[in-house]
Design a protein. Structure first.
Length: 107
């Protein structure tokens, strides 16, 4: 972000962070990951699990909690990193995953 700022006429990397609204981006990524996972899991529970609707809802809640335990620390690590300018020297799991996805889209 330190490199992006002067290219777009901003003075500091935190100006770029505000422009990108990173908290909103992280929330969107979290919700998208959960939505995609449940889009695959819920039909399996419905067709192969032999569960009632209430049981499926409880299973989805339990699975969501497990996913949150995995996803939330990654997003918290990224949020903490954006508060420390020198921390940008090393990529986090979140930024590496985004870069990998962007590379895959460009390939």
């Amino acid at each position: 972000m330190g490199e992006i700022a002067p290219r777009i006429g901003l003075k500091r990397q935190d100006d770029v962070s505000r422009l990108l609204n990173l908290n909103h981006l992280r929330t969107q990524v979290r919700n998208l990951v959960l939505t995609q996972c449940f889009g695959q899991i819920k039909p399996i529970l419905q067709t192969q699990g032999g569960l009632t609707c209430a049981q499926i809802d409880r299973a989805v809640e339990a699975i969501e909690a497990l996913f949150a335990e995995q996803i939330d620390p990654i997003l918290q690590e990224e949020e903490q990193r954006t508060r420390t300018p020198k921390a940008f020297d090393r990529p986090t799991r979140f930024t590496q995953a985004i870069c990998d996805e962007l590379d895959a889209l460009g390939a």
